[in-house]
Each structure stands twice: as C-alpha cells, then as structure tokens.
Ligand binder design. Sequence first.
Ligand code: GTP
Ligand code: MG
Length: 245
Amino acid sequence: MKKIVVAGRNDAGKSTILGEIYKGLKNKGYQPLAVGSGVQDEKPYLHKGIDVNYLHIAVPGPGRDVVEDIERVIRDVLNKIEEKNKLISSARRALEELNKVRSVLELGSLSPRDMPKPAEKPDVFLVEAVGINDGYKSVESRRLADILVTVIPASIKGEILMEEGNILLDEADIIVVTKIDETPRDVTSTTVKLLKRIYPYKPIIPVVATKGVHTNLVTEEILKMMIDPLILIDKAEQYQSPKKH
Ligand SMILES: Nc1nc2c(ncn2[C@@H]2O[C@H](COP(=O)(O)OP(=O)(O)OP(=O)(O)O)[C@@H](O)[C@H]2O)c(=O)[nH]1
Ligand SMILES: [Mg+2]
C-alpha cells in the first residue's frame, strides 16, 4: 500500500494540507488512513472532517519521528479495525439468531438498522512527519515515502532553501507553498521563483491550505503518481542506487 508522507517545518501547515489530501483522495474513492505525529495534529484533522476511525495520532519519543515507527503503527490500526469488524459481525449474527426466536414467538423482528457497518480497510497511508526546525534535512521521511510532499511557508528565508543537503526539498515529489494569503505578494513570489529555479522539474504548488485554495492541485499530482506505473519504477531504481550527496 502506498505511503504518502507530508513533511516540513513546524507550523508550516502540514496537518492542514494532510486534511485536504485526505478529502481529495476520499472523493476519488480511496480510503486513506491519517497518521499524525503529535497531539497538535488532531485538531486540524478533525476540523478537515477526517473520520475518527481513520485517524491515528502516534506520539514518537523525544528526538524520534513517527515515520521510523510507522510499520508498527499501521499494523496496530489495521488490527483495531479488524477487531471492531469481528465484533460487528458477531453482533449481527446474534441479532439474526434473536430474530429467529422472535419470529417463532410471533414477536416481529428487530431491525439491524442501528447496527454499525463493518469499517472498510484503508488503502493508502497519509503520514505527517514531525515538524523540523533545521533546514529540510531529514532522511527518514524520504526513505519511507512512496510520495513525499514537502510543505514550505511562503515567508521562508531564501537562505534556508539554498542550504546544502536539504534532502526533503531535493527529493520531494511535490512542493507545497502555504500561507500565501498572509504573506506579502512579493515575498511569496520570491519564494516560488527561487524554488522554481532550484527545482525546475518538480510540481511547486502555492496554496491557502486553510481555505482549500489550490489544494486540489496537490491531490491531482498525488493521483498522477499513484496511477502512473512509470513514475514508481523510476523511484524503485532510485532506491536501488541511492544518490550520493
Ligand atoms: N493563513 C493561513 N494559515 C494557515 C495555512 N495553512 C495552515 N495555516 C495555519 O497555520 C497553523 C499551523 O497549521 P498546521 O496545519 O497545524 O501546521 P503543522 O505544520 O501541521 O504544524 P505542526 O504539526 O505543529 O508542526 C494553524 O493555525 C493553521 O490554521 C494557510 O495556507 N494560510
Ligand atoms: Mg501538524
């Protein structure tokens, strides 16, 4: 199953973007599972309407990232869904038995209307990495992600973007520039132009994450990568012969 990792600076708007991607993929028939990295992530997820059954907050230990521990987190969530579904199906069977008895006694049957439906298994994972302060230098997110979405606030300083070894930018599949509504136009424009100059072949998408402005373009890029097998083959090759920095 594909893992989409949303990474970037503290307070950049990762959770807000993740909520938008969740909605976008859901509208296209996917059932994403959202995994956050701290309590601060929960509110924006709920605010964006992520179903609590498909929301998991994993708080990593100090200095660690949720992406390092993701396999275990995913297994736990899948187990939980399976257990719930087992409970639901045994309750359904019990109701059927009860209705058999009621029918013999001519009592009329009880409706299964109030019974919860079994939950669908998620088919794509949306993981928010721990926010970082120091440039964009975190390798774990790249290692885990099939699709890496890196989030940058429009007001970021140019020097940070130009630092050496910003792996989350160098290897991002999609770069999202947030908070363009509260950043002076010329500052946003400088950030976007600089990014385009450094990364001429990457999708660079300026958005207002809180209002959902242009966030559909982020989902579209993700969908393209999910369904274009060639893109994923390219990636497999990258992993076989990692680039030296
Ligand atoms: N004006 C404006 N505010 C935004 C935008 N995106 C996010 N915010 C706000 O910025 C704050 C941080 O957003 P989050 O989505 O929680 O950011 P985050 O990167 O997940 O933060 P951490 O998980 O704490 O690192 C919230 O108050 C959001 O409402 C945007 O595009 N425009
Ligand atoms: Mg967050």
